[in-house]
Design a protein around this ligand. Structure first.
Ligand code: FMN
Length: 255
């Protein structure tokens, strides 16, 4: 019933899976440019286009970024690694040229730029997948933001939001089913009453698929056990405690 409305694009979206192993093949000349220019048509807050992308192909630089992102091998392996940045620097330049004073002390300006960069990134993912490429987002780009900013020479008011590996898939991993629709789509008002019912149904499905297994005991566990552990990480590196201070250092206020 839900799928009766599926367009070719929606079918493509349902086929998404993150790719963490790539063939060594490079992308044809101009493909990345085509992907990013089409993705630029994403909606953008107030038509201000608060983003920049740094495309990294240099082997040495990818190797250093892989290390900074928690030693993620797929960053070394993919032919091209993109870093999506919230970018208010260019708009500061616009204000200087136009003789106005930019306001960046409130958290809202960082939030706007983050939303814009994320919309661009997801459009890039869709365009890339439609061309037969595989992608994986890399939030690890925020693990050591100081070093990433130095490596990519990001100016003030620019902050790396997410990385993305891009390349031809060497594997075809199974799709990970998402939460049941009624858990996510609320009618008219947020409905807390049914949360547990949806969670139980989802956990049962995920356990049935044997997606998560303890390395030592082989015991199968569900999405909730995994999510609860993930949400309780306490060590500073995993909590990325540097993000706030480095944002301030880059000139973003968090008032
Ligand atoms: C903002 C963001 C950051 C992510 N960071 C990483 C990452 O650093 N490393 C990684 O291997 N996957 C990363 N992922 C991929 C998720 O783990 C993946 O999307 C999720 O497990 C769902 O799997 P699927 O994309 O195959 O459906 C990230 C995804 C998003 C949206």
């Amino acid at each position: 019933m839900i799928r009766e409305f599926d367009t070719p694009l929606m079918k493509e979206m349902r086929g998404h899976r993150s790719i963490r192993q790539y063939k060594p093949d490079r992308l044809p000349a101009g493909m990345v440019q085509a992907i990013i220019s089409s993705a630029q048509m994403a909606s953008t807050s107030s038509f201000l286009q608060f983003y920049s992308v740094v495309a990294v192909e240099d082997v040495g630089r990818k190797d250093r970024l892989a290390e900074l992102c928690g030693n993620q091998e797929h960053i070394r392996q993919c032919p091209i690694f993109l870093v999506f940045c919230a970018d208010v620097h260019r708009l500061k330049r616009v204000c200087e040229r136009e003789g106005t004073r930019i306001q960046t002390k409130h958290v809202e300006s960082f939030l706007i730029a983050t939303v814009d960069a994320a919309l661009l990134a997801q459009n890039v993912a869709l365009a890339a997948e439609s061309l037969g490429l595989g992608i994986v987002f890399i939030g690890g780009i925020r693990s050591r933001p100081r070093e990433v900013i130095a490596e990519l020479e990001l100016p003030d008011l620019v902050f790396p939001i997410t990385g993305m590996c891009l390349g031809y898939p060497a594997v075809d991993p199974p799709r990970k089913p998402r939460l049941p629709l009624p858990a996510v789509l609320h009618c008219e008002r947020y409905q807390t009453e049914e949360i547990d019912t949806h969670l139980d149904a989802y956990d049962e499905r995920i356990i049935g698929l044997e997606m998560f297994e303890h390395l030592e005991t082989g015991e199968v566990y569900g999405w909730m056990a995994r999510a609860a552990r993930r949400m309780a990480y306490a060590d500073p590196e995993r909590l990325r405690v540097d993000v706030g201070p480095v944002l301030r250092q880059q000139g973003f206020g968090l008032e």
